[in-house]
Every structure is written in structure tokens, then in C-alpha cells.
Design a protein around this ligand. Structure first.
Ligand SMILES: [Zn+2]
Length: 453
């Protein structure tokens, strides 16, 4: 066993080593098999107890490591799963970092610097450290504990999808799944002083929709009344003018209510009764693209095409829309809303990719679920100054693949970030303090104990 100080130094050295192994995922160049070997060997060497104490289910599967710490209980209840990914996004603008992004430099202020410090090699190191500690203290889980690490999360998560397919085949269902998601943030909500622990209860799903107009190709010298580009342009303008309605649903209401006590009157009253005053809240949130995105499904035009020659009218013009579907909507709901906004039969709206079942809705965690309540209690214990606030996370995570086979999926990383720190994720100067890393390990130790004692 290590003293607290020794543990802090030890974990930061491990994280520093993990950062030095470049595991950048890009669509065109996924993590190479060499880097994959290297990071897995590194984890094995850094956390020998975990690899000795858990059964290795798959290391050879493309891009995912899957370990199971088996219970000795007969006929155990449903297992729990902890997810992490060991790949990172790129750090192309390395020159604008204080310290080179793949150096894993530990600075004099006690921070481990580098790509993946937060997203999410730090989280993975803390998780493995927690399991190590429990195994070495002879803790026996009452259910199986799965540890699943993707190596291609940043480019779609095929590795974890393969793990999920296998679990589905075996009929495994989870009681709790814990993954990255939100953080404990400070100073990003106007008027809210204390840090806010945003516990991710749901995430948006992604789809791509092609909006196009077909017509007769012809010579530019004799334009018709409705050239395809003009019709498409009108559709784009209408889509922009008529986004979906902002709605304060149960998750949003719970978020406002959790913040209410920190506010002064009359603001406090509005937050305490968010559904009653939903028009006040939606008007205020509508001013910020970030805030309002949490209250509705969105569509954004990202790619456009049509025409290739300056004197020829094209026979088709098209735009691709990136959809972020709020859990209360189905893909069909959003496509219908797009068609209603466009209000023009000449415009074709087709789904390119998206949720398998276009009628399905997203999964939102239960605010009275035992996993959420446990996480809430432990957050309050570890971060007594923080408000616990259930939230919808803006990004997508590997845990979305578990929604069908888990009672509860919680997306949360127990690390405090000040307002500007959020931009480090996928940005420059990503770092975590040695103290926060050790605290995260203690948090996971406690959480595993609470979930599987
Ligand atoms: Zn991540």
C-alpha cells in the first residue's frame, strides 16, 4: 500500500507514460497496431494486478480491451461496466501548447500535461488504479465488473461496438454502466457561484440527412423560374428560420431545480418552477447556441453541392445536414419537422445515416435510479461544495452503444474544471492536476465498492 503522496506521484507518472504513447485516432489513420500493442503492454505493466485478477475477454478484437473481474458469488445479479477509451484526438497545433502534447510533462504546479490527460487516459488510469486497490485489499465484488476500453472512440467506436455485439449475443445485461461525459464545472453558468457537478444522464444521437432538389439541367442562357439551386437555397433559409421548439423536459427541469437554491429572487422562483416559467427560461436560453442546443434537436448544414460549370444549370443541388437528436425525439420526428419547415414538395429529404430504428427515442437516465443516487451521494461526499445537477451531454460517447442493454448509463468524470478549462478538451494545453487524478482514483474506488459490495 502507498501513502497518499506516493500514490499521487505514482499515478501521475503512469498517466505521463500513457500520454507519451501516441494513440491519436483519425478517420484516415486509426491507431496503428504498433501503438495499440504499446498502450496495452503499458497498461498491463502499470496495473499487473488488474490483468492478473480479471479475465481477459478480448485484447485481440479490433480496437477494444475487455476485462472482466469475476464475482465468486453464485447466480449473481446483473454486472456493472466501466468504460474508458485509450485513443485521443490529434494535437496538430502542438506549437501553441505550453508543453509538447505527447511529452506527458509534469510541471512545477503539479499538473500532468498532454493530450488525453482529461479525455480520457487520466480517467482510465484512475479507474485501473481503483480496481488495483480493491483487488489488492481482497475486496470481492458481488457481481461481475466489466472494464471496457475502446481504442477508436474518437472516430466512431467500432471496437466497443464489437464488444457490445458479443455481449448482446451472450445475453448480458448491465445494472450500471459508467463512462466519461460531463465534468464538475465552475463559472460557466452566469449567476451560479458554486461548482456544478453535471451528471450526464443522456446524450444526443447523430444522424445525417441529405436535402436535395432535382430539375432539368439546361443552358444558363435560358433560366427557368425555379432553378434547383434557388429552390434549395429557399429550403435552407426556411430550415434556418424554423428550428425545433425549445422544451423544458424532466431532465432540464431537474437541472434548473438543482441550481435554484444558489440564485437570488426572483430568478430563484423561475428556476424552482421551471415548467411553469418555461417561456422565461427558453427565451433566456435561446440567446446562447450552446444553452439552447440542450433543449431541442438541431440540424446544421455542413456540406453543399450542385453545379460544376458556370454556364450550365445543374440537374441537382444538395446539402448535407448534421442532426443532433434530442433523446425525447425520434429520427422520424426530426425529419418530419424539417419537411414541415421546408414546406415545399420539390425538396427531397432523405436519411443518409442515423439510429437503426427511425422511430426509437433516446434513453434518459432515471433520476431515482439506484446508480444515479449512489453517484450523487459520492459526489456530495467528495466535492461537498458542488451542486449535483443531472444533464444532457453535448457530445457522444462509447456508452451510447450500451443504452439498449443497461438499466442505467451514467456519463461523468469526477474532475473539477474552471470555465476556461473546458476548451482544453480537444483543444490546447490539456492537463490534469496530480491531486485531481488521485482524487478521481479514490472516487472510483468508492463508487465500485458502493455499486458491487
Ligand atoms: Zn472522450
Amino acid at each position: 500500500m502507498f501513502t497518499e503522496q506516493e500514490q499521487m506521484v505514482r499515478l501521475s507518472r503512469i498517466l505521463s507514460g500513457a500520454i507519451r504513447i501516441n494513440t491519436v485516432s483519425r478517420d484516415e489513420t486509426p491507431v496503428s497496431s504498433k501503438s495499440r500493442e504499446e498502450i496495452l503492454a503499458f497498461m498491463r505493466q502499470s496495473f499487473p494486478s488488474v490483468f492478473a485478477g480479471a479475465s481477459m475477454i478480448a485484447e485481440d478484437w479490433p480496437n477494444a480491451l475487455h476485462l472482466v473481474w469475476k464475482t465468486v458469488v453464485e447466480n449473481p445479479d446483473k454486472p456493472v461496466a466501466f468504460l474508458a477509451h485509450l485513443d485521443t484526438v490529434a494535437a496538430d497545433n502542438g506549437d501553441s501548447w505550453y508543453y509538447q502534447p505527447f511529452l506527458g510533462y509534469v510541471d512545477n504546479d503539479g499538473f500532468v500535461n498532454g493530450r488525453g490527460a482529461l479525455d480520457m487516459k487520466g480517467h482510465a488510469v484512475a479507474l485501473f488504479a481503483a480496481v488495483t486497490k480493491l483487488m489488492e485489499s481482497c475486496f470481492k465484488p458481488s457481481v461481475d465488473v466489466h472494464i471496457i476500453c475502446g481504442l477508436d472512440e474518437e472516430i466512431g467506436g467500432e471496437g466497443v461496438k464489437a464488444v457490445v455485439r458479443r455481449l448482446v449475443d451472450q445475453g448480458v445485461n448491465f445494472r450500471s454502466v459508467i463512462d466519461e461525459g460531463s465534468f464538475i464545472v465552475q463559472g460557466i453558468m452566469p449567476g451560479v457561484e458554486p461548482p456544478v457537478a453535471l451528471i450526464g444522464m443522456a446524450e444526443k444521437r447523430i444522424a445525417v440527412v441529405r436535402v436535395s432538389v432535382k430539375g432539368e439541367a439546361g443552358h444558363a442562357s435560358m433560366p427557368p423560374d425555379d432553378p434547383v439551386i434557388a429552390v434549395l437555397a429557399q429550403a435552407i433559409v426556411r430550415l434556418n428560420a424554423k428550428p425545433m421548439k425549445l422544451v423544458v423536459d424532466d431532465t432540464a427541469a431537474a437541472m434548473f431545480q438543482a441550481i435554484a437554491p444558489t440564485l437570488s429572487m426572483p430568478k430563484q422562483l423561475v428556476f424552482r418552477y421551471p415548467k411553469l416559467f418555461s417561456w422565461v427560461l427558453t427565451n433566456a436560453m435561446n440567446k446562447s447556441p450552446k444553452a439552447r442546443a440542450s433543449l431541442r434537436s438541431t440540424w446544421a448544414p455542413t456540406v453543399i453541392g450542385g453545379g460544376s460549370k458556370v454556364n450550365v444549370l445543374p440537374g441537382e443541388a444538395w446539402t448535407l445536414y448534421n442532426l443532433r437528436i434530442h433523446p425525447r425525439d425520434s429520427l422520424d420526428d426530426v425529419v418530419n419537422a424539417m419537411q414541415t419547415a421546408i414546406d415545399d414538395d420539390r425538396v427531397i429529404v432523405e436519411v443518409v445515416s442515423g439510429p437503426r430504428d427511425p422511430k426509437s427515442k433516446g434513453k434518459v437516465g432515471d433520476l431515482n435510479g439506484p446508480t444515479f443516487l449512489r453517484v450523487q451521494t459520492i459526489v456530495r461526499e467528495f466535492f461537498p461544495e458542488a451542486l449535483v445537477v443531472p444533464s444532457l451531454i453535448p457530445a457522444t460517447t462509447d456508452s451510447r452503444h450500451f443504452e439498449e442493454l443497461a438499466d442505467e448509463v451514467i456519463k461523468f468524470q469526477p474532475v473539477v474544471l474552471a470555465g476556461k478549462d473546458i476548451s482544453m478538451i480537444h483543444g490546447v494545453n490539456e492537463r490534469i492536476s496530480m491531486e485531481a487524478l488521485a482524487k478521481m482514483a479514490d472516487f472510483f474506488t468508492r463508487l465500485i465498492m458502493e455499486l458491487v459490495a
